[in-house]
Design a protein around this ligand. Structure first.
Ligand SMILES: CC(=O)SCCNC(=O)CCNC(=O)[C@H](O)C(C)(C)COP(=O)(O)OP(=O)(O)OC[C@H]1O[C@@H](n2cnc3c(N)ncnc32)[C@H](O)[C@@H]1OP(=O)(O)O
Ligand SMILES: O=C([O-])CC(=O)C(=O)O
Length: 374
């Protein structure tokens, strides 16, 4: 892991543009948003403050934060036409496909007609994504036609209340808020780069975000938190985890939730979510899943020098909060939308269409043989 191959396939380590939004793998803890360290933000800010920071470049003061939250709250409800679309999506659909469709459909009925509406479009998605996910989930899985408005003050609390219908505990509100902060932004990762490529053609905000959701869906990116959950659920004990992981590595299988395209020795988000996972395990009254996760972490480091990325301890943390596994990656969407939209705005500010070149490795020039002679 320490000797990561740079350049070549995957554009690893190559600069593909400039950003003021984020640094990954630089000095300090290795992740900053607009100059603020992720650990500082996770301890001393809320997700709405981070969203404001990414969209405006500065943290809000209290009056600005109050005004921003007041602006977002009326945008939480879903139009009837969107509810009807969500009602038609079956329970066995992939929830990331639901998010992609929800985003795309909203772009049909509330389009971003010109770029002066970009903040409005981003705020609409930020406020409405929790309801898109939970309205579909509760309708398709439990036949409930839920009210998409809650009295919860924050986006995280609003999501938890929509999911369960119950007022969340302060601990759960805080953990989901921290999780949304951790997932909000990460420089030129695959989904953000997708959004920027789309933005560079001067396309609309909804198209950029819809494309980004498609890229986040894969198990090598956002889908890893669900894949990690599926894996750790199959381990009976910390000892069993180590034994089974040895087999997986011998079969050259990828262990989801480990490794990173940029970080070499650790992901700064891991320590933060790991601590919250431990706390939640104690509150849950059964820390087995946490203990198994710690055994996986130790084993992977000892044998392969591979470390947990942001996704690994999110699996146990979300599980302890009673969140269904299939909603893990959609929560990532609710958060990363802020980073994606901020990058779309930044790309538009100084745009040139993104169009790299390829090294040709195909056939030498040749003539078309008439079809009867092929
Ligand atoms: C929020 C996020 O999106 S974080 C990323 C979430 N994704 C995952 O957790 C999926 C599992 N991890 C991976 O597939 C990879 O580590 C990635 C996609 C994140 C990064 O890929 P790369 O930058 O190509 O990995 P890297 O160059 O560090 O790989 C070095 C070696 O370690 C191996 N390796 C890397 N990660 C893992 C893993 N999780 N399990 C097993 N082997 C691994 C690679 O196969 C490679 O081996 P090789 O040289 O024999 O081919
Ligand atoms: O940066 C990456 O390649 C993946 C990642 O951790 C993220 O998007 O949060």
């Amino acid at each position: 892991m320490v000797d990561k191959k740079l350049g070549g396939a995957g554009l690893r380590g190559q600069s593909a543009g400039e950003t003021k939004l984020c640094t990954v793998g630089k000095s300090g803890t290795g992740l900053t948003y607009c100059g603020y360290d992720i650990t500082d933000l996770a301890e001393n800010a809320t997700f709405e403050e981070v969203a404001y920071l990414l969209f405006n470049g500065e943290l809000p003061n209290q009056a600005q934060l109050d005004a921003y939250k007041a602006e977002l709250k009326p945008l939480r409800d879903l139009p009837q036409a969107l509810k009807e679309v969500l009602q038609r999506i079956p329970a066995d659909a992939h929830p990331m496909d639901v998010m992609r469709t929800g985003c795309s459909f909203l772009g049909n009925i509330e389009p971003e007609v010109d770029f002066s509406q970009q903040n409005q479009a981003a705020n609409r998605l930020l406020a409405a994504f929790p309801a898109i996910m939970t309205y579909w989930y509760r309708f398709s899985h439990h036949g409930e036609d839920i009210d998409c408005v809650t009295d919860e003050d924050t986006i995280g609390g609003h999501f938890l209340k929509l999911l369960t219908g119950k007022t969340p505990s302060d601990l759960h509100r805080r953990v989901i808020d921290v999780s949304l902060i951790l997932y909000a932004e990460h420089e030129f990762n695959a989904s953000t780069f997708t959004a920027r490529v789309c933005a560079s053609t001067l396309s609309d905000m909804y198209s950029c975000i819809t494309g980004a959701i498609g890229s986040l869906r894969g198990p090598l990116h956002g889908g890893a938190n669900e894949a990690a959950m599926d894996m750790i659920e199959g381990f009976k004990s910390p000892e069993d985890a180590k034994e089974q992981m040895a087999g997986m590595l011998a079969r050259k299988e990828k262990i989801m939730g480990f490794g990173h395209a940029v970080y070499r020795t650790s992901d700064p988000r891991n320590d933060i979510i790991k601590k919250w996972s431990e706390k939640l395990g104690h509150e849950f009254g059964d820390t087995l899943l946490y203990d198994i996760s710690v055994a996986c972490e130790e084993y992977m480091w000892d044998t392969k020098k591979l470390f947990c990325n942001a996704d690994f301890f999110h699996a146990s943390a979300y599980h302890f909060m009673g969140i269904p596994t299939k909603l893990f990656t959609p929560i990532f969407v609710c958060s990363r939308l802020t980073g994606w939209a901020a990058h779309v705005m930044e790309q538009r500010d100084n745009n040139r269409i993104i169009r790299p070149s390829a090294d040709y490795i195909g056939a030498e020039p040749r003539k078309v043989t008439p079809i009867a002679q092929r």
